[in-house]
Design a protein around this ligand. Structure first.
Ligand code: SF4
Length: 278
């Protein structure tokens, strides 16, 4: 089987930096990771095996925390940051600078008195971190979620891993339903997400079937899979090599390979080797 690799895939710099900070921590048992460092079960297992106390994303408020708390690349709100500092926790901050940029854009909108419309996934921790510091806001997941809001000034921005097509479709719907409002849009999609999406399009023009490697809870991995399918490719999403099935590839000569920004290099290489051997 011929394997075409996407020009850009796998770990982004934000995740690499967070993992490298974790690797350098000498006493992991004294550290609580405040949620999933990345949305990848293999990385999660490695962290717990090393002794890190990984706090469940859904119960971050209830869990007892160690003296040192690691903030993940997805970031947290200023509100939560203050709560942790008030409990005398030492923060190890691995918030991605491109997530910070989304927070800054949201704060700017707030200061301008705008109603903030965030395009993203409602339950995602990045989205929670951004909205927790706002008073007037809404999250829209799909273009159909856009309503006519009784607001004269709107500020629209996106979760960092939103695809450009999806952001455009949501923005169009917002503009259409709020024709008399002053709408300001700031594109907060991160560069690695944009690069991976563009590389995927080039790859799909050559391959009829694609494998996307990444965690089931990873937003950007799911977006890559969806985009493959919308481009007319047969697409399978797997967390690692053990989930692959030879039957999927019967009748195909060329397979495209890509991976989400939280997928470790070794997991991608194992999948690539398996596919090449078909
Ligand atoms: S996906 Fe983008 S925003 Fe998220 S950690 Fe990677 S570079 Fe940062």
């Amino acid at each position: 089987m011929r394997v075409i690799r996407a020009e850009f895939m796998g770990l982004c710099f934000g995740v690499r930096d967070a993992l490298s900070v974790a690797e350098q921590i000498a006493a992991p048992e004294q550290v609580s990771v405040f949620g999933e460092l990345v949305h990848n079960p293999i990385v999660q297992r490695q962290l717990t095996d090393r002794g890190f106390h990984v706090v469940d994303e859904e119960s971050r408020d209830q869990d007892a925390l160690q003296s040192r708390v690691m903030i993940t690349a997805h970031g947290i709100s200023e509100k939560r940051r203050s709560q942790l500092s008030a409990k005398a926790k030492e923060l190890i901050d691995t918030t991605c600078p491109l997530v910070r940029r989304v927070h800054e854009a949201a704060m700017q909108f707030r200061d301008e008195g705008r109603f903030v419309v965030l395009i993203g996934r409602r339950n995602h921790v990045e989205v929670q971190g951004i909205t927790e510091d706002l008073e007037r806001w809404v999250v829209i997941q799909e273009p159909d979620d856009a309503l006519h809001w009784a607001e004269t000034r709107l500020g629209v921005l996106c979760q960092s891993t939103t695809t450009p097509e999806h952001a455009r479709a949501c923005l169009d719907a917002i503009l259409q339903r709020n024709p008399n409002s002053d709408v300001r849009y700031v594109d907060t999609i991160c560069r690695p997400t944009r690069q991976r999406q563009m590389a995927l399009e080039a790859m799909c023009s050559q391959a009829d079937i694609c494998v996307v490697v990444g965690g089931k809870r990873s937003n950007n991995t799911r977006q890559l899979t969806d985009r493959c399918r919308s481009l007319g490719c047969v697409a399978y999403q797997v967390e690692d090599v053990s989930e692959l099935d030879r039957e999927w590839f019967r009748g195909f000569a060329c397979v495209g390979l890509t991976a989400g920004t939280s997928t470790p290099d070794i997991t991608i290489e194992e999948v690539a080797t398996w596919l090449s051997a078909l």
